[in-house]
Design a protein around this ligand. Structure first.
Ligand code: NAD
Ligand code: DAU
Length: 339
């Protein structure tokens, strides 16, 4: 089995590469990643010498290069993690989101059509469903919830999902889609809520909470997401969408307070800043379908997962300190000023 994993130098993709090489020692995993600001080759250092692993630095929108790779490797499957993934960046500058998230998906699927494939899997997001009100805790996103996006990021991901389903119906491409809630864990880029707060708290810097911090996200430990995708690509039904979520809803402010407590830092570091434009209030996934069909359940409780994650950031300071001292610093200063 040869699998092309795009975006494998990013947060979830790298965790998925490790999961697959570990669990299936006879699989060949090809990571296709152009190393944007969010891609980090040092993350993949532990597997670079594995004979079943190959890293290819290339952009998924480069049709010629993608076709060449398919010709060389004749993959059985493609799992597409490659994306621009940060909502705030999409609000600042949507264009690259449209290029990578929509056009890149089309190029990959065209390659699958041209060379044949057993499965194309699209890693999507619960953000395609828009948001839920805070005063209706009885409501959850199911696979039947209408697409109703808020940000340029979620709109680009929803567009890609529609294309994936269209390629299935029109060309019979064997596709699956997973729509997952917020992930956390090792190798999470420190522009996202949890790693940003851990890094800032460790540096005794202010913890910038948007608006009142009341927005709710449904947090899932990254390894649980990787197991879900593993199950879907092997046993999921072609043409189907599977929601993935941990039934673990928390407000942003509660998350930040937990991080302060775990690190022994004062809550006085918390600073309320201007709200995100179009900020989604609440995400909450109903994972009944993947549970009933594929037997998937989250295994890591948040209380354990956040401890493991904080320990990872403490043990791997070099990884994130290199990131926050580099080009990322310009972005940070633009977003939060010189805090
Ligand atoms: P990330 O930003 O950490 O990593 C994205 C990776 O894609 C990087 O390695 C980057 O270099 C690569 N990439 C970007 N543009 C590319 C291009 N044009 N060609 C080749 N490679 C390119 O993202 P993540 O958080 O790991 O998210 C991975 C996927 O999962 C995304 O599709 C995202 O929409 C989806 N998702 C993320 C979450 C989450 O909580 N992080 C939840 C649900 C779904
Ligand atoms: O739900 C899945 C999505 O989760 C993925 O599709 C996205 O790729 C991923 O980035 C994530 O999107 P969010 O916007 O939910 O994640 P983020 O970490 O950017 O923000 C989480 C919440 O925390 C959100 O309500 C905004 C808030 N926030 C974020 C940052 C970076 C803050 O209050 N302060 C911050 O500095």
């Amino acid at each position: 089995m040869t699998i092309i994993v795009t975006g494998g130098a990013g947060f979830i993709g790298s965790n998925f590469v490790f999961h697959m090489l570990n669990k299936y020692p006879d699989y060949r995993i090809i990571c296709l990643d152009c190393l944007t600001y969010a891609g980090n080759l040092s993350t993949l250092a532990p597997v670079m010498d594995n004979p079943n692993f190959r890293f290819v630095k290339e952009d998924i929108t480069n049709r010629e290069a993608v076709y060449k790779l398919f010709e060389e490797e004749k993959p059985d499957m493609v799992v597409n993690f490659a994306a621009e993934s940060h909502v705030d960046r999409s609000i600042e500058d949507p264009e690259v989101f449209l290029r990578t998230n929509i056009m890149g998906t089309a190029v990959l699927m065209d390659a699958c059509r041209k060379y044949g494939i057993k499965r194309y899997h699209q890693v999507s997001t619960d953000e395609v469903y828009g948001d839920l009100p805070l005063d209706r805790p009885d409501l959850f996103f199911t696979e039947e919830t209408p697409i109703h996006t808020s940000s340029p990021y979620s709109s680009s991901k929803a567009s890609a999902d529609l294309l994936v389903l269209a390629y299935h119906r029109t060309y019979g491409l064997p596709v699956t889609i997973s729509r997952c809630s917020n992930n956390y864990g090792p190798y999470h880029f420190p522009e996202k809520l949890i790693p940003l707060m851990i890094a800032n708290a460790l540096n005794d810097k202010p913890l910038p909470v948007y608006g009142k911090g009341e927005n709710v996200r449904d947090w899932l430990y990254v390894e649980d997401h990787c197991r879900a995708i593993d199950l879907i690509i092997h046993n999921g039904r072609v043409g189907e969408v599977y929601n993935v979520g941990g039934h673990n809803e928390m407000t942003n402010i509660d998350i930040v307070k937990i991080i302060c407590k775990e690190l022994g830092k004062p809550e006085s570091l918390i600073t309320y800043v201007a709200d995100r434009k179009g900020h989604d209030m609440r995400y909450a996934i109903d994972p009944t379908k993947i549970h009933n069909e594929l037997g998937w359940l989250p295994e890591t409780k948040f209380a354990d997962g956040i401890k493991k994650t904080i320990k990872w950031y403490l043990d791997n300071k070099e990884w994130w300190e290199t990131i926050i001292s580099g080009e990322y610093q310009n972005y940070y200063e633009k977003m939060y000023g010189n805090r």
